[in-house]
Design a protein around this ligand. Structure first.
Ligand SMILES: *Cc1c(COP(=O)(O)O)cnc(C)c1O
Length: 411
């Protein structure tokens, strides 16, 4: 009989969002008339910018004419999109990133998982706690961990707690770790990293020959001008960091699918025989072999994000969500809760009142306010006692949800 990848059996059952869905469905079944508002899953709600739609419609028309029809494109993405990204996301901020170092893909989720393929199995891997669960589960699948303990922590991974006590920025580890996942602005805590904090990580990584996986999916939500948008704003990052970016959250591409990964040509890691190998070359080989590029139509839509109209519309979308975040912060603060995030990120991370566990608070909010959020414990052991509220929703839903919470929790 064929055998399986046994690493999959180490994955914890009852993954966060299915468990939330189970509890919400059970509640709705018993209370069919309760007007439930979902401020849980991190998906956008507002429609695609018209600049992107117009560009995609035009691209569909091109596909209908044999003279402008497009077949397979470059696996790394079309040059015009990679050039637009290099100019607008990097050169405009003083970062040295060449278009050839940008790999367009159909999502950051897959890229953050796939990147492990070009690394060895003996690396020590660090993640923050709480963490975007994809980083952990893809390492489990790849065989980079042992089994999970009672708290859901996997053997072999180094967990770096991010809590109110350290301003939600992980302390630089004392020991040597080889691969480090950093997500700023952070999902789920909504925290950001200062230039000094990122500089310390870059210095650590360059000193130890470590690689930083920098997930900047939420950079578009940064409002504080002092906060870096890219790891390449930090001197020395080209020799120690891979950056993941996505059009999902800023331009509403969660259902359209387009993202990109930056692998600087200066990055190297060690082969078994001790020689240094360029990571760009390996990732280019991996993508060319296993990926056939993002749809021409979608890449034209992504290119339009950088047009004058596209930039204005994306700014409008982000401002809309950040106004939601401001409302949420105000109302929860007024209700006496400890509130973090929501200033440079679309997530508000709150301390559960009265020391409730994060799942108990989830149940209480669902049953008394009919509002769904995400229990912090679902993102890791150090997320216990915290709760994530997402600003991705209509104004009406946010206002109504906050009205109910204020009514229920204000003394
Ligand atoms: C939403 C999100 C992404 C983007 O994923 P896509 O696959 O590009 O939609 C990446 N990282 C984090 C932490 C996210 O929350």
């Amino acid at each position: 009989m064929a055998t399986i990848n046994d690493n999959y059996l180490k994955l914890k059952a009852g993954y966060l969002f299915p468990e939330i869905a189970r509890r919400v469905n059970a509640f709705v079944k018993d209370n069919p008339d309760a007007p439930v508002i979902r401020l849980g899953i991190g998906d956008v709600t507002e429609p695609l910018p018209s600049a992107c739609r117009t560009a995609m419609i035009q691209a569909v028309e091109e596909m209908g004419d044999r003279t402008s029809f497009m077949g397979y494109g470059p696996e790394q993405g079309y040059g015009w999109l990679r050039e637009a990204i290099a100019a607008h996301d990097f050169r405009s901020r003083g970062c040295e990133v060449d278009a050839s170092e940008i790999f367009v893909s159909d999502g950051s989720k897959c890229d953050t998982g796939n990147i492990l393929e070009i690394f060895g199995r003996e690396n020590t891997i660090a993640v923050t706690d709480p963490v975007y669960p994809v980083y952990v589960d893809t390492n489990v699948m790849a065989g980079n961990t042992g089994a999970a303990n009672d708290k859901g922590e996997y053997g072999g991974l180094v967990y770096l707690p991010i809590t109110a006590e350290n301003d939600f920025t992980a302390e630089i580890p004392q020991q040597k770790v080889d691969l480090i996942y950093l997500c700023f602005p952070n999902n789920p805590t909504g925290a950001v990293a200062t230039k000094e904090h990122l500089q310390a990580w870059v210095e650590y990584a360059n000193a130890h020959g470590s690689i930083l996986f920098f997930d900047a999916a939420y950079e578009g939500f940064i409002t504080d001008p002092a906060i870096p948008h890219s790891i390449y704003e930090i001197e020395g990052a080209r020799t120690c960091a891979i950056e993941f970016r996505s059009f999902s959250k800023n331009a509403g591409f969660t259902g359209t699918r387009c993202a990109f990964t930056v692998v600087p040509k200066d990055l190297v890691a060690k082969a078994a025989d001790g020689t240094e190998v360029q990571l760009w070359q390996l990732w280019n080989r991996r993508q060319s072999t296993k990926f056939n590029g993002v749809s021409y139509i979608v890449q034209r839509g992504a290119e339009a994000v950088y047009s004058d109209a596209g930039r204005t519309q994306v700014r409008g979308l982000i401002d809309f969500y950040m106004d939601n975040a401001r409302l949420i912060r105000q109302q929860l603060t007024a209700a006496g809760m400890g509130v973090y995030g929501g200033v440079n990120a679309p997530y508000i991370w709150l301390k559960t009142p009265n020391g409730l566990s994060s799942w108990d608070f989830f149940d209480k909010l669902l049953h008394t306010c009919h509002v769904v959020g995400t229990p912090g414990a679902g993102f890791g052991a150090a997320g216990e006692g915290y709760f994530r509220i997402s600003a991705f929703n209509s104004r009406q839903n946010v206002e109504e949800a906050m009205r109910r919470i204020a009514e229920r929790f204000s003394s």
